[in-house]
Design a protein around this ligand. Sequence first.
Ligand SMILES: Cc1ncc(COP(=O)(O)O)c(C=O)c1O
Length: 302
Amino acid sequence: MPTTIWIDGRLAASDAPALTVFDRGFLLGDGVFETLRARRGVAIELDEHLERLRASALPLGIALPADDAGIVQGIAAVLAAEGLDDDGSSGHPPGDAAIRITVTRGAYMSRGLAPSGPSSGTTIVIVAWPHVPPRGSVLRDGLTLVASSVRRDPASPLAGVKTTSRAESVFARLEADRAGADDALILDTTGHVSEATSANIFAIRRDRLVTPPLASGCLAGTTRAWLLAHAGAHDLTPEELPMTRADLLRADEVLLTSSVAGILPVRRIDGQPVGRDAAGPLTIQLRDRREAWIDHASRGRT
Ligand SMILES: Cc1ncc(COP(=O)(O)O)c(C=O)c1O
């Protein structure tokens, strides 16, 4: 567990009280967040994540500081405090971290949903953990998914917005746990595939790399965008097309993408095998390319 966190401009002990019980992030899930990797003390795709944080805060009218300097300093401070910023030059392994930036509307003394009356202003918390690579068995065998009973409504103004209101995703993840699966597949209200609980999804069929369009209500994932841009290096043609569960089952390989877990193979959906019922070889190549790119980015060499 991290021993030090960053909150509203200062470092604090992680076990010290930090938030008031009136914080709307706690009361209502009235907040937005980002999770990202850092290596050698360098936050990977930081601009993309900060841009998405602002895009998430906008529809909810959550006020962020005018510039990103405070958050950037907070990331550096918390990585240093947790000893996760080693640049690897001293013979130690380079620091490798998962960072979460959480922004809530802050504390209001009034009751109810409408934020009215005096407030504390926005709460910003940054936490960093050592990055834990996936188990070898996941990279060898692949993950299992089950379709959730939770449906994503692409017409919702908050579809694809990274709010801290994650109860549906938690519910879906619990469904997956109960079914003995690793994660849940989220379909949209038309029955098409949207994404997983905290990752985007892709199918590889012959030379095509297909992922659901943003109109499915999925998050505009940074790793999704990266993979669409780098598919050509593996002679894959990237496409954003509506897809069904049956399309996934017909694929040669299925994979998940997210900043922290990276690119991960999927082996089964609802108990039915995908491709060769093990991690797909192209998926592993794409994962390795992404990990190498992250390392280059951390050395300032993308
Ligand atoms: C619902 C959801 N979809 C997709 C992703 C992947 O996004 P990214 O690649 O930017 O991490 C995440 C990441 O946390 C997520 O929560």
